[in-house]
Design a protein around this ligand. Structure first.
Ligand code: ARG
Length: 466
């Protein structure tokens, strides 16, 4: 049996215990296998706590500097790979404290004064997530920049615009890509918003009720860069709202990635052929030598499942928990770690895909926008501009399209005489109005796909993402 933190004979716990844990229960109970992820933050939090204890006269300055030095030694040992806690340490908090006591002797036993693992784990988690949120923000930014670069490169390329996945109206490809830049901007705002609520210190709430030790919670909060402290100790140790909020923000990031992923898969299909996948971002088949598969966007689409699952898991884990701390909370960690890793990996993969994985095929896109009825609305708009009420124009164009379908031709194949047989206001300028490029150019309403509007958007994003 490993020596207890408190020196009790039964392992980790106080002398209240006579027997050690059943080995299977020890394994079941331990979180060290995953919460070692929080090591740096646990050390940071403990250093701030030790300094504060000295500031408040709870321990001496000499004791505090010994504690801090010991904690830094553990950091070095971890970097060197020689700090290897085991199951008997239960979790990262006990592992650090136990090692500290081994390193320093009795002084090490003073670190946990006025603190509980309940406020400690909450502090560690928030410090950890705050860092990860900053990294995620950078990854979203990188992806936005990759999309913007493609949009700049494709500022004159057209692509069919769809509703119901039926050809609707042609749009500027840059406009299509910038739609994702907008979604991702909202994602960054949401992550920043979550960061605000993550950045509140629970440290000093102790187990649940606060502590009679004359601590200064504001001092540790300030040292750790928290913007505020929890006002209520019960809330401090039992609030996991931030985890749910983060999971929800991450889920929306994944929704956006997955929608684009689906489009890339569609665009790369032989049926569509709007993009070519580069060798560096596509995979082959073990059997069919001709295949080139879009594994990257498919994996992104597939990984939504686990992210959405974690959101549901966290909500379910928290609901119905009485105040204050409950061991159920230990389940938040693997969810959070996996949420961050998955979302971050997917952002990076999609950024690379946009940077060098897809090559748009202008010839295929050009042909696509010229070979359908996606300029039909423009015939109606033409009539409206010449005084025909919209609904009447709409009916008339429906009849024209029906005739074309019967004859196997497109709108631009009809002669002016044929057009005039449908309505006398049609003139030769109709043909120009129906050319795909003009169809796009005409949509100059604010936020529309008209080239002048898209140029405005490109300029705006270039300065915002610079
Ligand atoms: N490993 C625990 C967790 O992740 C740390 C807090 C334990 N607190 C307790 N009262 N058992 O939640």
């Amino acid at each position: 049996m490993a020596g207890g933190v408190t020196g009790g004979g039964s392992g980790t716990w106080s002398d209240r215990f006579d027997q050690g844990l059943h080995p299977a229960i020890e394994r079941f109970n331990a979180s060290i296998g995953f919460d070692i992820t929080l090591l740096q933050e646990d050390l940071d939090g403990s250093i701030a706590h030790a300094r504060m204890l000295a500031e408040c006269g709870v321990i001496s300055a000499e004791e505090a500097s010994q504690l801090c030095a010991g904690l830094e030694t553990i950091r070095d040992e971890a970097a060197a790979g020689s700090f290897r806690p085991g199951l008997a340490d239960e979790d990262v908090h006990f592992a650090v404290e136990r090692r500290l006591i081994t390193l320093l002797g009795p002084v090490g036993k003073k670190l946990h004064t006025g603190r509980s693992r309940n406020d400690q784990v909450g502090t560690d988690l928030r410090l950890w997530l705050r860092r990860r949120l900053d990294e995620l923000n950078d990854r979203v930014l990188r992806f936005q920049r990759a999309l913007l670069q493609q949009a700049l490169d494709q500022r004159t390329t057209l692509i069919p615009g769809y509703t119901h996945l039926q050809r609707a109206q042609p749009v500027c490809l840059a406009h299509h890509l910038l739609a994702y830049v907008e979604m991702l901007e909202r994602d960054r705002q949401r992550l920043a918003d979550v960061r605000g609520r993550v950045n509140v210190s629970p440290l000093g709430a102790a187990a649940l009720a606060g502590t009679p030790v004359p601590i200064n919670r504001r001092s540790t909060a300030e040292a750790l860069g928290f913007e505020a402290i929890y006002a209520n100790s019960l809330d401090a140790v039992s609030d996991r709202d931030f985890a749910v909020e983060f999971a929800s923000a991450a889920a929306l990031v994944m929704v956006h990635l997955s929608r684009l992923a689906e489009e890339v898969i569609f665009w790369a299909s032989e049926e569509c052929g709007f993009v070519r996948l580069s060798d560096r971002c596509a995979t082959g088949s073990s059997l069919m030598p001709q295949k080139k598969n879009p594994d990257v966007p498919e994996l992104v689409r597939g990984k939504c499942g686990r992210v959405f699952g974690h959101l549901q898991g966290l909500l379910t884990m928290i609901k119905g928990l009485p105040l204050a701390y409950n061991k159920d909370f230990q389940e938040d960690k693997e969810a959070l770690f996996d949420l961050v890793r998955t979302t971050s990996d997917c952002l990076e993969a999609m950024a690379i895909l946009m940077e060098e994985g897809v090559e748009f095929r202008p010839e295929r896109l050009e042909r696509a926008v010229a070979s359908d009825f996606s300029n039909a609305t423009d015939v109606a708009d033409y009539l409206v501009a010449r005084g025909v009420p919209f609904r009447e124009a709409y009916q008339l164009v429906g009849a024209v399209v029906k005739r074309c379908l019967q004859d196997g031709v497109l709108l631009l194949d009809l002669s002016l005489e044929q057009w005039k047989s449908f309505h006398p206001v049609f003139e030769a300028d109709l043909f120009e109005a129906l050319a795909p490029r003009q169809v796009v150019a005409a949509r100059v309403s604010e936020g529309g796909t008209g080239f002048v509007r898209v140029e405005e958007q490109l300029k705006r994003w270039e300065s915002r993402l610079a």
